[in-house]
Design a protein around this ligand. Sequence first.
Ligand code: 13P
Length: 337
Amino acid sequence: MLELFEIAEKLVEKPKGILAADESMPTIEKRFSRLGIENTPQNRLSYRQLLFTTPEIEKYISGVILFDETVFQENEEGILLHDILAQRGITPGVKVDEGKIDAPGSPTEKITQGLNNLSERLTKYKAHGMHFTKWRAVTLISENTPTPQVLKENATALAEFAYVSQEHGMVPIVEPEVLMDGKHDINKCEEVSTHTLTEVFSALEKRGVALNGMLLKTNFVVSGRDFQAKDEVSDVVQKTIGVLNKTVPHDVPGIVFLSGGLAPELATLYLCEVNRQADLPWQLSFSYGRALQAPAMEAWAKDRENIKPAQEAFLKRARLNAMARMGEYTYEEETNG
Ligand code: 13P
């Protein structure tokens, strides 16, 4: 059996990254309905099976984060979807938070829930072949948020989740996400990301989480979606690296970025540029949902009988992000198949 640090290192092994395919029911409903796909168990199964069976994907994808339902789903031949992954050398993991509720006293902010029965659920997931877990907490930037209490509460829950996950022999992916919602500038995102990650690592250390047996999943430092101007790539890179250097201990083996609503090409470009910075103490990789899946889902929505164009679109984004994490992506690659 692999030790925690070995699983963590395998997940960020060069040149690979992690596919986030753990959309909750409301999220997959949103993604499917926009494209006219009915949100049924069969459609979720067919779509995710299409991703997991894409030829050659194991060259670029080290692990997949699953949603609870997918952990127990089988294909027509009675093969569990996560066994398809494992047979290809791809490590399966699972999202274990149970979504968000309004924060008491500050209802525009959200607190992530799921600690109550976490231990029992982890025992079950471990028995079903899951090797890692994920928990996401969000930070909303607005005039009155984030509040220090909510930042602290989410950080404490992330640390508790990470501790319990390690006790069960599963690597926690600790995901504090500063949302892109809003019209704030990049400096505000830099300040709030610093604050968020400082709280998270303080809570992790206090709880005694083994930093070499976890991964951090975080956002690039960017301006809000409704900010009036586009970010300079150099600014994103410098601020993202600056925040990570200030807040993330060197014992953490890897940082994987979320795409958070960035266009797929931009998520790939930012990943490449941060990896071109010399002498970073951690592996910097990807754990994208939308930025890996969006073109594939669109292709599948157009022709559900023919999965090939969707698989090609997924393979392309996986390959380009693998190049990016090696610092080898150029925009010309977008037009090369
Ligand atoms: P996005 O890359 O679409 O932000 O998804 C990553 C994720 O896992 C969010 O929890």
